[in-house]
Write a protein that binds this ligand. Structure first.
Ligand code: SF4
Ligand code: NI
Ligand code: NI
Length: 708
């Protein structure tokens, strides 16, 4: 049989399966039965991406079947077989969707199935920025259980995300491989149709980050080809149905590597036969042009971004360095070159082997750097990266920052020889390699004596406070320039953030001082100086020169932004926003929801539903992504009436920003305890309940002019 025939036969097979499943499910639930995948604002993402169709009922799938049929042309051109390949993904999505129509958790704990939008983002961001080099889909059982583990671990240690489908999952389970989203090995499902979930993730990444319009298959292929470095490993025997799906994968730019030699054809760079399965990894990386960054660090455990999301549970930990219970801190200090002995890592106090397994242990470390071009404004920028750096060590978990850090070391890492000094080794190696333009010498002092820590923590806090005061004392009017940030253009090509002292980047991670430091660390890097000399409208926050910068940085897709309005030319969003703010027409106020909040809002939309309206670098008046700390800013929606328009936000967010927000509202409008008048999920999740609450509390918005 020819390869094309095998592919078309495979699509036929998937089609037949979809038809059968759909008919059975409709017979059971009826055509009107609601159809929605959990935790997504993208409906059935493959249907949305390929056909521009928003599926909300089971019966709508009946319109899809003839389309798939039509795509199985059996035509002789490559494009014919590619199109049929996409048909397999639609058919597979129908089969999987039927499972979810019957049961919202059809896979229970055993398989992962559908990926939520939150997961799609968590995986999508590093994937499209290149922080994560790529992902592999492994299909079928490996020749042996041992080889299955070797392959999975091999990818893991190279920071490649691993999706498993079919027999290899049982092999991994037998070999007790630790699986799950955080460790980047995901058992998707037992059958080939589970591939629909992976394609759904890819399609959402293209729509979220690439602003690819639903239904635009050409743009979609282009985006996946250039931005998503993925590939497939299919073990012998490879059936027609896998080849059908493989055709779709190849069309997206994802090569397929197999050890099946029967009835198989080589297609250069796309369908590759590698009989020696031990060489799968090398062959795959070469086929997809993946080059790995190697950092050599002198520690006894593996170091890779694959371990960044690893969680170390109480039962598995050797020590718990808990900054919420003990005096802990982390700090960067600039020193004179003469005070530093490069690569000196000193421990002042006992090491972690001095305490019993499972104990708490205090730690504080100061990374001292010197360099002609070093500035103290860079210190917090380095410090904020420590979290990523330390987390990359296998068996080590770091959370928090400043004096609220927490580091856990697993028993396995401890047994492999990991000690306190290795934290120093990691920080030394990463600071030297990532900031080589300004750091000439670096040494690390690690403190573990409670008395030292008590004193040093207090000193560190004085330094943190000074930094915060420096930022607080700056206003948009007093600084000479703003900065832009285009870091997110790697996946959201039209997006630009304008960062000012009173409005930080929407990801919450880039303040004006950070943008300034980033610019000085790398003048050709993601943050550029934006002058603001030719003011157009001070109230709205419009400057001619800011607009010129935005036009240029967005390659012409944006003409004008306002810094202080949500209604007129609001700033765009890439997808990284910590919060979304949207107007609530009944009350003339705005609702804010943060990413962590999964519940409903009075707008009748969840965070992810609002996110799907806001992302992709387009302006959506009435909706705006922003950082948490922008809420308490005097410039928040200043032109539209300011923060006293806020009528609802989740309780946790209120607790976080409440005292600063209250202070702002009090200062500007004389309203006391403002947040007590702001609704949250404990008061109402619908607009009627909210209206009653606002009236009861006498919310100031009730006396304001209409927004619209
Ligand atoms: Fe930069 Fe904005 Fe992306 Fe944050 S969200 S990294 S400020 S472009
Ligand atoms: Ni972003
Ligand atoms: Ni962003």
């Amino acid at each position: 049989k020819l390869l094309f025939d095998r592919a078309f036969d495979g699509v036929d097979e998937m089609y037949a399966m979809a038809e059968k499943t759909l008919n059975e499910t409709i017979a059971e639930l009826g055509e009107a039965a609601p159809m929605a995948m959990p935790n997504t604002g993208y409906y059935l993402a493959n249907h949305l991406a390929y056909l521009g169709k928003k599926i909300t009922t089971l019966g709508q799938f009946k319109e899809t079947m003839p389309v798939i049929k039509e795509w199985i042309t059996r035509g002789p051109r490559l494009d014919n077989v590619f199109k049929a390949g996409f048909g397999t993904f639609l058919a597979a999505e129908i089969i999987e969707a039927c499972k979810y129509a019957k049961n919202p958790q059809p896979y229970g704990e055993e398989y992962h199935g559908h990926l939520s939008d939150a997961e799609a983002r968590e995986l999508g961001v590093p994937l499209v920025t290149g922080d994560l080099p790529g992902f592999v889909v492994i299909i079928g059982p490996a020749p042996s259980d041992e080889e299955a583990v070797e392959l999975i671990k091999g990818y893991q240690s190279r920071a490649i995300f691993v999706f498993l489908i079919g027999g290899i999952i049982d092999q991994a389970k037998r070999m007790k491989v630790n699986m799950g989203f955080p460790v980047r090995v995901v058992a998707v499902g037992p059958d080939i149709w589970a591939v629909a979930h992976i394609i759904s993730f890819v399609n959402r990444a293209a729509m979220i980050f690439g602003a690819v319009q639903p239904g635009d298959r050409e743009e979609l292929d282009d985006y996946t080809f250039h931005r998503i470095r993925a590939f497939v490993n299919a073990f012998d025997p490879v059936g027609d149905i896998v080849i059908g799906a493989g055709a779709g994968a190849i069309a997206m730019g994802f090569p397929v590597i197999t050890n099946d030699t029967k009835d198989m054809w080589k297609v250069p760079k796309s369908l590759i036969i590698q009989e020696n399965t031990k060489d799968f990894i090398e062959t795959s990386l070469e086929a997809r042009d993946i080059k790995l960054k190697i950092t050599k660090i002198d520690i006894p455990v593996s170091f890779s971004t694959a371990f960044e999301g690893e969680i170390i549970r109480r039962a598995d930990m050797q020590v718990d360095m808990d900054g919420s219970r003990l005096d802990c801190f982390e700090l960067v200090r600039t020193k004179d070159s003469s005070e530093i002995e490069d690569h000196n890592i000193e421990i002042i106090g006992p090491d972690i082997d001095s305490v019993e397994v499972g104990s708490r242990f205090p730690i504080g470390y100061v990374v001292e750097v010197a360099g002609k071009n070093m500035q103290s404004d860079f210190e917090p920028v380095f410090e904020r990266r420590f979290h990523n750096f330390i987390n990359c060590a296998e068996g080590v978990m770091h959370t928090g920052q400043r004096d609220l850090i927490r580091i856990r070391v697993s028993k396995v890492a401890f047994d492999a020889g990991f000690r306190a000094k290795h934290i120093g080794e990691i920080l030394y190696a990463k600071v030297k390699s990532e900031y080589d333009s300004v750091v000439d010498k670096c040494q690390v002092k690690i403190y573990t004596n409670p008395d030292d820590l008590k004193r040093l923590r207090a000193e560190a806090n004085e330094i943190y406070n000074k930094r915060d005061d420096r930022l607080k004392s700056l206003t948009d009017e007093t600084v000479p320039v703003f900065y832009n940030c285009i870091l997110c253009q790697s996946f959201s090509p039209a997006h630009v953030c304008i960062v000012s002292p009173e409005r930080l980047g929407l990801c919450g991670a880039v303040s004006w001082l950070d943008a300034k430091a980033t610019n000085e660390l790398d003048p050709n890097g993601p943050c550029q100086v934006v002058t603001k000399e030719r003011v157009v409208d001070e109230n709205l926050g419009i400057w001619e020169d800011v607009n010129e910068n935005v036009q240029q940085a967005s390659h012409g897709s944006l003409q004008q932004v306002t810094l202080y309005s949500i209604m007129q030319d609001p700033m765009t969003s890439c997808g990284c926003f910590e919060c979304i703010c949207g107007i609530e027409p009944m009350s003339n106020g705005v609702v804010i929801v943060n990413r962590e909040h999964t519940g409903m809002t009075p707008l009748g939309m969840t965070f992810s539903e609002m996110a799907s309206m806001t992302g992709g670098g387009v302006q959506t008046p009435g909706f705006m992504g922003h950082g948490k700390h922008f809420i308490a800013s005097k410039k928040f929606m200043k032109a539209d009436g300011g923060s006293r328009r806020i009528v609802w936000m989740p309780k946790a967010l209120k607790d976080l920003v409440g005292s600063r927000l209250n202070k702002t509202v009090q200062e500007l409008w004389g309203v006391e305890d403002f947040t007590e008048k702001v609704g949250d999920e404990t008061v109402a999740e619908d607009v009627e309940g909210l209206a009653t609450f606002l009236a009861e509390k006498g919310h100031p918005v009730l006396e304001m002019e209409p927004l619209l």
